[in-house]
Design a protein around this ligand. Structure first.
Ligand code: CP
Length: 309
């Protein structure tokens, strides 16, 4: 059996191309299984997984939970809002108390960049980063690239533009690392105030004009404006943002070719995307969600084998 080069999934930047190929090939097998009448396999029987969510989530949390149940793991769910974190308990104390209950894998979402790296250095369990602040969201990037591979047969040479709030987006950073590693051509588009200054170092080009970006790409991955991470106003208003960077069927119909639209969710309908586009044949959004389960099953399975070595 092929093995990952890492004991944790902390970010795409810690993986190599072979790791991603192994995850995709394993996900192919799990995708076949979860589309059969009997969806459950015993692969993670006797493995205990703690899902620690210190920040809100719908897709990632439910997708990990379903993946764990399909693999027959035992699960502990922890939501910080209803926990002793509210009484001042530290992250390390919280996790060490959970580990004393004999947990093998920790899946964690946290608002602070680097929180899962900190945990991996201080506790004896495999850590999966389910999104750490503005840093990385590796399983989202893996399921996005996997969905492109499924739709187009390959990721290499595809042109992907990521549109919107790149500055605050862990999805953008993980996608850039993942897509570049797989040989895609990557660009970003949005107001300059939402574009990070280190973009050149990542080998990514920039479009200020939405129509130019859409005419260049095969795939547009559209992001939400993360107002909750902006302590100063970085553009005049959401209405103006929508006028300049919102994607609607009028702009799609004016392009020289058909393109595919992706979005990691949650969508702010009518801001970055109209409902007409989000629910159209251009959209890969629900395929992304479906593929998230197979990708997370693959990551959990491969890391549980590493922790048994
Ligand atoms: N894409 C994503 O991370 O969505 P959630 O915040 O709902 O998990």
């Amino acid at each position: 059996m092929d093995h990952l080069s890492v004991n944790h999934l902390l970010g795409i930047k810690y993986l190599n191309k072979k790791d991603i190929d192994i995850i995709f090939n394993t996900a192919d097998n799990f995708k076949k299984i979860i589309n059969q009448p009997i969806k459950k396999v015993p692969s993670l029987r006797d493995v205990t997984i703690a899902n620690l969510f210190f920040e809100n989530s719908t897709r990632t949390k439910l997708s990990f939970e379903i993946a764990e149940k399909r693999l027959s793991a035992d699960i502990i769910n922890f939501a910080s809002a209803a926990s002793s974190v509210k009484k001042g308990e530290s992250l390390l104390d919280t996790v060490n108390n959970i580990l004393a209950m004999k947990v093998d894998i920790v899946v964690m979402r946290h608002p602070n960049p680097g929180a899962s790296i900190f945990l991996s250095r201080n506790i004896n369990a495999s850590i999966i980063n389910a999104g750490d602040g503005t840093h990385e969201h590796p399983t989202q990037a893996l399921l996005d690239a996997y969905s492109i591979r499924e739709r187009f047969g390959q990721v290499a040479s595809k042109k992907v533009v990521i549109i919107g709030d790149i500055l605050h987006s862990r999805v953008a950073l993980s996608n850039i690392f993942c897509l570049k590693m797989l040989g895609a051509k990557v660009a970003v588009c949005g107001p300059l105030t939402l574009i990070p200054k280190y973009l050149d170092d990542l080998g990514v080009s920039y479009f200020s004009d939405l129509k130019e970006a859409l005419n260049w790409c095969d795939i547009a991955n559209v992001l939400r404006i993360q107002l909750e991470r902006q302590d100063v106003q970085l553009f005049p208003s959401l209405r103006e943002y929508t006028n300049v960077y919102g994607i609607n069927s009028t702009i799609l119909e004016s392009l020289t070719k058909e393109i595919t639209i992706m979005h990691p969710g949650p969508i702010n309908r009518g801001v970055e995307l109209t409902s007409e586009v989000a629910d159209s044949h251009h959209s890969l959004i629900l395929d992304q969600v479906e593929n998230g389960v197979a990708i997370r099953m693959a990551v959990l399975y491969l890391l549980s084998n590493k922790s048994n070595e």
